[in-house]
Structures are given as structure tokens and as C-alpha cells.
Design a protein around this ligand. Structure first.
Ligand SMILES: Nc1ncnc2c1ncn2[C@@H]1O[C@H](COP(=O)(O)OP(=O)(O)O)[C@@H](O)[C@H]1O
Ligand SMILES: [Mg+2]
Length: 369
């Protein structure tokens, strides 16, 4: 006998599940969107929640994240019950904090059996405080993705001395290690090529440490026999990073490969870079659309205006108007950025007083708060 909350915007689905659960002897609470689901969860402390994904206002994934953000509800079983049944949907649900995932093709009696199994499961003994994943991305190359990922990780390492990681996800010839003055060893690919399961322990020998303490997994500079990072490797990578680091930055390639999509979906924040030119604004607008179609909520996407070119750029107002979204940060043009790259010493160290370095430091503080 348990109190079960069903959240779904389709009254027919609610009726069907409610009937089956009541017949099995359970008490049922219902909500038609994630927002009212949240307030019912807080007021009534149900024993288990069944949540749909596609709902107005707060969707099922966001519901899971917000519930898990509250200590009281760290262990409440949440079963995501969705019409979407691609492997990525299951992965997204689990990443968001769901206990389990079932597609709506499952019938009511199987659903009830599943719910009862979840109710019998003991809650996990020790909770690990998990770190955040920050994806840095731009659909147009050359907008400063790697420069930002590198300088942000240095800023975090310098400001808090907290464990911070930088993962170069470029399939070939990424620039993160280079910009930090490290010899790129293609370590993520080496870890994959070893054929061992990706977890904190197997990644350990592949980290390179920068003088600031930033831990780096670089991209290969020769074609890797293991090929690209497969999309299936992203989830174990993310789990391991969350357990090891306070913040992990993913320097993503400017294409929407399945691997990039998996990383974007798993990230707590997506820093979407846009440069003040029409081509970049178009790419950013398209990226916003695609991210939204992938189920990534607006709050998780932070557009960042970076100015890798000199005069003649669009104003930040023009960029905001075109994207119809506020900017999380604006990084001005900094001539020292090119010199920093060529000296293999990030701007954060070579010109910490520059306006660009200051904006990056401010953004790092926002990400840590
Ligand atoms: N704010 C900036 N001011 C001046 N140059 C910049 C700025 N941001 C990036 N750059 C320069 O732009 C070029 C592309 O940057 P990079 O970080 O490699 O972009 P991406 O990773 O998006 O391809 C580099 O030469 C970098 O030094
Ligand atoms: Mg790059």
C-alpha cells in the first residue's frame, strides 16, 4: 500500500494508470504538469512518482532535476513513463535523476508490477555529492569554444582550488592541451582504445595535469585506431567525471554528431557560444532550436557572446534580439588571446587583468554558485 503521484498532461493516461494502481491497493495523487507535480510532492511526500516527459511548463526531466535538488527527496523513486523510447530518452531520464524509465508501450499491469519492484528496493546507502558537467559548444567553428573552455577551467582551478576537469571531445586535433602548453596525448581515446570499461579508475592513468591543477583529457593528434568517441561512451564518462570533479568542462566539436548530442543532453549547462557576426548568430539560433528539440530546457542553455574578431561586429543588443535570449556573459575582443595561444599560456594566466579574462572569471563564479 503506497501513495503514488502520477504526473501526466493526458487525462486518459492518468485514468488508466490510476485505475490499475487503485485496483492493486495503492492511493493515487495526480497532477497535469511538472510544476503542480512538484508542489504536490513537497506537500504530500508520496512514496513514488510516475512522471511523463513531454508536459507543458516543467517537463518530466526538469521535474526529476528539481526534485533531486532537494535533500528531502534525494531517494524518492521516480519512474519516468514516456511515449519516447529511443535509448537516448532512457539515458536522459536517468541523467536527470529518474530511478527508472519505462516506455508507454508497457501495459498497466506490467507498470504496476514495475512500480511495486521499485517500492521494495532499498534506497542507496551513501549519497555522493555529484559534480556538474558544463558543455561548451558552438555550431560554427572558430567562435572561441576551446579558448573559453580552457580559460574557464583555469579560472575555476585558481579561484577555488577545487578539482576541475577539461575534456577535449574533438575527434581529431583538438586544441585544449595545446592552449595549456601540454603535449596532447589523445588520452581519452587511449582510454577507450584500452577496451576497458570507462570509469574513474580506468581513466586515472590518462589524465594530464596542468600547473594550475586542471586535469585534462586531450584529443588525439594522429588518427586513433579506436576511431571517434562512441556515443555510448558518453554516459559512463559523465558518471565518472561527476564522481571525481566539482566541475568538468566538455570542449565539444562544432558538429551535431551523436556523440556531441549525447554530451549536450548529459550536461547540466550548455554554454552556447556566439560571435557578433550574422553567420554565427544564424548558427546559434539553429543550435537553440535543435537543443530545444532534444528536450534541453532553456534554463540549461547559457548563450555567451564572444568576440574573436576586431572591429565591425554586431552589437550585443542585436545578438540578443536575434536570439530572443539574454546572454549569460559577454567576452570582449582581446588581442592578447592570439598571443596567449601562440605562447601556450592561457589568457587567464598571461593577462589576468584583461577585460576578457575578467569576464571569464565572472562566468566561472556564476557556474560555481
Ligand atoms: N575574445 C577573443 N578575443 C580575441 N581572440 C579570440 C577571442 N576568443 C577566441 N579568440 C581567438 O579565436 C580563434 C579561435 O578560437 P578557438 O577557441 O580555437 O575557437 P573554436 O574552439 O570555437 O574553434 C583563436 O585564434 C583564439 O585565440
Ligand atoms: Mg576548438
Amino acid at each position: 500500500m503506497a501513495d503514488i503521484l502520477i504526473i501526466d498532461d493526458d487525462p486518459d493516461v492518468i485514468r488508466l494508470i490510476e485505475f490499475a494502481l487503485k485496483r492493486a491497493g495503492h492511493t493515487v495523487l495526480t497532477a497535469s504538469n511538472g510544476e503542480s507535480g512538484l508542489s504536490i510532492t513537497q506537500r504530500r511526500h508520496p512514496n513514488l512518482v510516475i512522471a511523463d516527459v513531454m508536459m507543458p511548463r516543467v517537463n518530466g526531466y526538469e521535474f526529476c532535476r528539481r526534485v533531486r535538488a532537494q535533500e528531502d527527496f534525494a531517494d524518492i523513486p521516480i519512474l519516468v513513463f514516456s511515449a519516447r523510447f529511443q535509448p537516448i530518452d532512457r539515458q536522459t531520464a536517468l541523467e536527470a535523476g529518474a530511478t527508472d524509465y519505462l516506455p508507454k508501450t508497457v501495459g498497466p499491469s506490467d507498470l504496476v508490477a514495475h512500480v511495486e519492484r521499485l517500492l521494495r528496493k532499498p534506497p542507496p546507502a551513501a549519497k555522493v555529492k555529484l559534480g556538474s558537467m558544463i558543455a561548451v559548444f558552438g555550431l560554427r567553428g572558430g567562435v572561441g569554444v576551446t579558448s573559453l573552455a580552457v580559460n574557464l577551467s583555469v579560472a575555476v582551478a585558481l579561484s577555488r582550488r577545487q578539482p576541475v576537469a577539461l575534456i577535449d571531445m574533438a575527434p581529431l586535433s583538438g586544441h585544449a592541451a595545446l592552449m595549456l602548453g601540454l603535449r596532447p596525448t589523445g588520452s581519452l581515446h587511449k582510454a577507450l582504445a584500452s577496451g576497458k570499461e570507462i570509469k574513474a579508475e580506468t581513466l586515472k592513468p590518462h589524465w594530464q595535469t596542468h600547473e594550475t591543477g586542471v586535469q585534462v583529457l586531450s584529443s588525439p593528434v594522429t588518427q586513433s585506431p579506436a576511431g571517434d568517441v562512441p556515443p555510448a561512451a558518453v554516459q559512463p564518462l559523465v558518471i565518472s567525471l561527476r564522481q571525481t570533479f566539482r566541475l568538468a568542462f566538455l570542449d565539444l566539436a562544432p558538429t551535431l554528431s551523436r556523440t556531441t548530442a549525447a554530451a549536450l543532453t548529459a550536461a547540466d549547462r550548455v554554454l552556447l557560444l556566439v560571435a557578433p557576426d550574422l553567420a554565427s548568430v544564424q548558427s546559434a539560433a539553429v543550435a537553440l532550436q535543435v537543443l530545444s528539440n532534444m528536450g534541453i530546457e532553456n534554463e540549461r542553455i547559457w548563450p555567451v557572446l564572444n568576440t574573436p574578431g576586431g572591429v565591425g561586429g554586431l552589437s550585443s543588443e542585436a545578438v540578443v534580439n536575434a536570439l530572443k535570449r539574454p546572454l549569460a556573459a559577454t567576452i570582449p575582443y582581446e588581442p592578447g588571446m592570439l598571443a596567449a595561444l601562440n605562447a601556450r599560456r592561457p589568457l587567464m594566466l598571461s593577462s589576468p587583468k584583461s577585460a576578457a579574462a575578467q569576464s571569464v572569471a565572472q562566468l566561472a563564479t556564476q557556474l560555481l554558485s
